[in-house]
Design a binder for this molecule. Structure first.
Ligand code: NAP
Length: 300
């Protein structure tokens, strides 16, 4: 249980509701910032404005998946108010206060460092990234269906990257009957792709590999789908770029060539916010409990 723990949940989308539900179930006391338009009330949680929060009693701050913008603004879909997190707020928290977000940027990392507070990026954890790849793949299938006039079954699908997302994408499209080939740069990844019963290619041969692609799914956060790669694709190829913004595709050239290329960030939050929130809530509650127990042991 998280009885006695005081946590500020600052901004976010529907995923945050699962986190709030889970933490209130565990008896934590919550300050909700950026939720005033939310009709639902949670026992043990009070809606507050950021300037009203008593940061000196917060054991943890929970930010939405993107963290903050580069000027400290926090996304709030349940509020019209501007919520900005500044270093001075972190400095007012107790020394043990931990900041949790999905990912970080220079601003958030910088203020956490300056204030000497621990910042945990949940998406850098393998378990979260692997669980999260499940709704990501479902969203990718949705996009492939919406933007093509042929079935996935029997189509040529090239997947770029065999990381946590790439592996799930490749396996699922293969299971749907697509002819999947996967591109990677490491020989152990090539071996794994072959072990999975898929066609493998080295990324150095990407131009040749995509020349018969009906769908090309990129998971590499690096400019990999360049103009010269796109120029080798058939005119009907659909590019779905899953890599974090700005993606790995030359979108300008794709448009010029008349190839449909879609940057598709944040699919779990779009297609399955409940599941995506549940994944985060489970990991967060486990981390908060570990933190709480450790702190109690030190105090005793
Ligand atoms: P990951 O496990 O780190 O995999 C990244 C893959 O990209 C690895 O196979 C890596 O290969 C390869 N790679 C990285 N830099 C490369 C380069 N310069 N050249 C060639 N290959 C390179 O990451 P992930 O969890 O699969 O996530 C992949 C991307 O999808 C990330 O940008 C992530 O933010 C994003 N994502 C998007 C969604 C969405 O909804 N669109 C959801 C989840 C994640 P090596 O092992 O050889 O480095």
């Amino acid at each position: 249980m998280l009885t006695e723990m005081q946590i500020a949940v600052i901004g976010g989308d529907a995923r945050q509701l699962e986190i709030i539900r889970k933490l209130t179930e565990l008896d934590a006391k919550l300050s909700l910032i950026g939720f005033e338009q939310l009709d639902h009330a949670f026992t043990g949680a009070s809606k507050e404005k950021i300037e009203e929060v008593d940061f000196s009693v917060q054991d943890a701050l929970i930010l939405p998946v993107p963290g903050t913008s580069l000027d400290g603004q926090v996304e709030t879909i349940f509020s019209n108010e501007k919520v900005v997190l500044v270093q001075e707020m972190l400095e007012r928290t107790p020394e043990h206060c931990t900041v949790y977000s999905g990912i970080s940027n220079a601003y958030l990392t910088g203020i956490a460092k300056q204030a000497n507070r621990k910042l945990v990026q949940l998406f850098s954890r393998d378990d979260v990234a692997i669980y999260n790849s499940i709704p990501t793949v479902e969203g990718t299938i949705m996009m492939a269906i919406q933007h093509t006039d042929f079935t996935i079954h029997g189509s040529n699908v090239s997947v770029l990257g065999l990381g946590r997302v790439g592996m799930s994408v490749a396996r699922t499209f293969h299971a749907l009957g697509a002819k999947v080939k996967v591109g990677a740069r490491k020989s152990e990844h090539i071996a794994r792709i072959i072990e999975m019963g898929l066609e493998a290619f080295f990324l150095s041969d990407i131009g040749q590999a995509v020349s018969d692609s009906d769908i090309c799914i990129n998971t590499i956060p690096y400019p990999i789908v360049t103009a010269s790669v796109i120029s080798r694709m058939p005119a009907h190829t659909l590019i779905i770029d899953l890599a974090s913004k700005p993606g790995g595709t030359d979108f300008r050239y794709a448009e010029k060539r008349g190839i449909k290329a879609l940057l598709a960030p944040g699919l779990p939050g779009i297609v399955a916010p409940k599941t995506a929130g549940f994944i985060l809530a489970n990991v967060l509650s486990q981390l908060l409990m570990e933190d709480f127990t450790k702190r109690k042991e030190i105090e005793e």
